[in-house]
Write a protein that binds this ligand. Structure first.
Ligand code: PMP
Length: 366
């Protein structure tokens, strides 16, 4: 069978996704911010699919109303706290977050009438801090110290919430309502949008909510046929944990990809880490090159974790061979990081200027 014939069922499934999903559009409108979360398009990356002979499809989570994959987790943890009676009208939501979860929480808090307080490491981009404040959240930038240190932003968020009446710490890393939101929505959406023809799913992790939630859903629906792989940036220990059969080493080094990379097995990743089919380590040079490539060839303006995910999807396509459908996540857009990712000075400081192919350097205009 020719490659194109082998591809046809998968191609049909992926191409059919330009039609809106019935659930989101039958009533003509959705209810407010909360109703607009999820049901994002699955984008077939045309050039990369052609090059690999696979269907590379990417869930466009930047199209959530708060602009990232974390809208789902934010809504999931708040709804869970409401259902369990932990969060009552007029209450306060407190979180430690590198940005996107806080932005999702700040939106949901405005829509639901809660006060929102965010602790974040002071290494994060100014765009994200400004946006949180514009959304009415109180932001506390704190020193970026390791999780073991009591001054870590997560512990500060927990302690702040404990000292206040009618306040919850949403605890995105270890509160499994996060992964449950992806298990209930993102995973089944990918399954429906590919008509069940998804051979593999790969993405990077921060909390692990997306990987474990989507991964579990796809494995359940496919009776274990869908492979699930982890993609890891430099400075994260999960890749070596998976490939060494469960040895957790010290974190060393770092990455320019904000929002991903992990030093421990969070509750959201939990036992799912043992069900992973493999892990890929993606250096920043490859993520940056892909970021510019996706802008040039697909017109997609993405954050660095999305680019890393696409690099991983391409590497997985090469490993699994032609005719496969590989799904990944476009976590957010570049808007939140443009002063870094499109600045030659910043890229030079990080030693990444030469990672951009010569003909694409014209996009680094800042
Ligand atoms: N990409 C970006 C830009 C993020 O902000 C996050 C969340 N921190 C992730 C990826 C990873 O998602 P998760 O927390 O579900 O592992």
């Amino acid at each position: 069978m020719s490659v194109s014939a082998a591809l046809r069922p998968g191609l049909r499934a992926a191409r059919a996704t330009h039609r809106p999903l019935a659930r989101a559009f039958t009533s003509g409108s959705v209810d407010g911010f909360v109703g607009a979360v999820g049901n994002t398009p699955l984008i077939r990356l045309e050039k990369l699919s052609r090059q690999t002979g696979c269907n590379i499809v990417a869930k466009s989570e930047l199209q959530n109303p708060g602009g990232s994959v974390k809208d789902r987790a934010a809504l999931g943890v708040i709804q869970d706290a409401e259902e369990r009676g932990l969060l009552k009208p007029g209450g306060t939501v407190v979180e430690g977050t590198a940005g996107n979860t806080g932005i999702g929480l700040a939106h949901v808090c405005r829509a639901r009438g809660y006060r929102c307080v965010i602790f974040m490491p002071n290494t994060q981009s100014q765009e994200k801090i400004d946006l949180l404040r514009m959304l009415g959240a109180e932001v506390h930038p704190v020193p970026a110290v390791a999780y073991e240190d009591p001054k870590n932003y997560n512990h500060q968020a927990r302690d702040f919430a404990r000292a206040l009446p009618n306040a919850i710490w949403t605890d995105q890393f270890d509160n499994t309502a996060n992964a449950a939101a992806h298990h209930r929505t993102t995973g089944p959406e990918i399954w429906a949008q590919t008509r069940g023809a998804v051979d593999a799913f790969v993405c990077a992790t921060g909390t692990g909510g997306t990987l474990a939630g989507v991964g579990r859903a796809l494995k359940e629906k496919s009776d274990g046929r869908t492979q699930v792989w982890l993609a890891d940036p430099p400075g994260s220990v999960l890749h070596s944990y998976v490939t060494s059969g469960g040895k957790l080493k010290e974190r060393a080094g770092g990455s320019i990809t904000e929002g991903i990379g992990q030093g421990r097995i969070t509750n959201n990743l939990g036992t799912f880490v043992k069900e992973l089919d493999g892990a890929l380590h993606i250096p920043d040079e490859k993520s940056i090159a892909m970021l510019y490539e996706l802008l040039d060839t697909e017109g997609l303006y993405l954050g660095a974790s999305s680019a890393l995910n696409v690099v991983a999807a391409v590497e997985l396509a090469q490993k699994l061979g032609p005719g496969k459908t590989i799904a990944t996540i476009l976590c957010d857009g570049a808007y939140r990081y443009q002063s870094r990712l499109f600045s030659r000075t910043w890229l030079k400081e990080k030693g990444l200027e030469n990672a951009i192919p010569e003909h694409l350097k014209k996009y680094a205009v800042l």
